[in-house]
Structure formats: structure tokens, C-alpha cells
Design a protein around this ligand. Structure first.
Ligand code: FES
Length: 159
């Protein structure tokens, strides 16, 4: 200690305080940069929902049944001529349609379009029919629908 300095034990000098503050700021900046870098390097994975789903054995679906699968945005319908799967996404602006059992139609809650069980537009602003979807039978004998695979309108599956 130089002559004339008044230092008491346990006190912090201005220089010591500035050094500690500078080191703390550097540590914070380094930690922040490391966190940003780690976040940048983490892979960005977009988890899409599955496009296929299992309906069940064909015999479990009675004639005239209209099954709604809102999680997959699809209907599975059994009519006398066979099975069909329709997208429940309205062709107007993409709202999710629902079956209206009172009139045996598929109705859109947004702007009032109505579709027949063949997906044809019966009324409303929808510009075209609902999409028809691919169906298949699994090795276990259960119906599988692929919402990503479209088939021509009128494609009926007989299982
Ligand atoms: S989104 Fe269905 S009628 Fe408009």
C-alpha cells in the first residue's frame, strides 16, 4: 500500500469494482452468445401429423354409416355400392365441415356450403366437390385412409 492511501480491510476499490463489473459483463455476453449459437445449431424439425389413419375392419362399419374423423379431417362413408373417404376440408375457404344428420348432408359452418355424401356441392359458395381420398386394406384386414392421396371422384372401394 502506498503512503497516503486509506484502505480498510474488506472494502472494494473503484478499480476492483470496475474489473468485477467488466468481467461479469463479459461472462454475460459470452453466455448469451453461446445460448444463441446453441439455439441456432439445434435442428428445426416440423412435426406434421400423420396422413394415414386406421378406420377398422370393414365389417364393423354398417351400411349407411358416416364416420367423422376430425383429427384427420376426413369422413369415411359406407353406402350400398362400397366405401368412400372424403376430405372434410371445405373447398371454399378451408373450414372443416361436419355431417348434418338431419338432412344427411355434409355442411360447412363458415359460409353455409352443403355437400352430398358423394362430396358434390349442393348449395353455397364452395367452388367444387370435396376431395376423395385413397383407401386400402391393411395386412390386419383394417381399412386405412390416406388423406394425402387423392383419388378421382367416384372411386368406390369394395372390401
Ligand atoms: S369455407 Fe366452407 S363455405 Fe366458406
Amino acid at each position: 500500500m502506498k503512503e497516503g492511501e486509506d484502505r480498510r480491510e474488506g472494502t472494494v476499490t473503484r478499480r476492483g469494482f470496475c474489473q468485477a463489473a467488466g468481467l461479469s459483463a463479459c461472462a454475460l455476453a459470452t453466455g448469451g452468445a453461446a445460448a444463441v449459437s446453441a439455439d441456432f445449431l439445434r435442428p428445426r424439425v416440423l412435426f406434421e401429423p400423420a396422413t394415414t389413419f386406421t378406420v377398422g375392419p370393414p365389417d364393423a362399419i354398417g351400411p349407411g354409416a358416416v364416420l367423422d374423423f376430425p383429427a384427420y379431417r376426413a369422413f369415411v362413408i359406407r353406402l350400398p355400392d362400397g366405401f368412400r373417404a372424403l376430405s372434410s376440408v371445405c373447398t371454399h375457404l378451408g373450414c372443416i365441415t361436419r355431417r348434418d344428420p338431419d338432412v344427411n348432408l355434409i355442411a360447412c359452418p363458415c359460409h353455409g356450403s352443403r355437400f352430398t355424401l358423394d362430396g358434390d356441392v349442393q348449395s353455397g359458395p364452395a367452388p367444387g366437390p370435396l376431395r376423395w381420398l385413397q383407401m386400402a386394406l391393411s395386412e390386419k384386414g383394417e381399412i386405412i385412409v390416406d388423406t394425402a392421396a387423392e383419388v378421382p371422384q367416384g372411386t368406390v372401394f369394395k372390401f
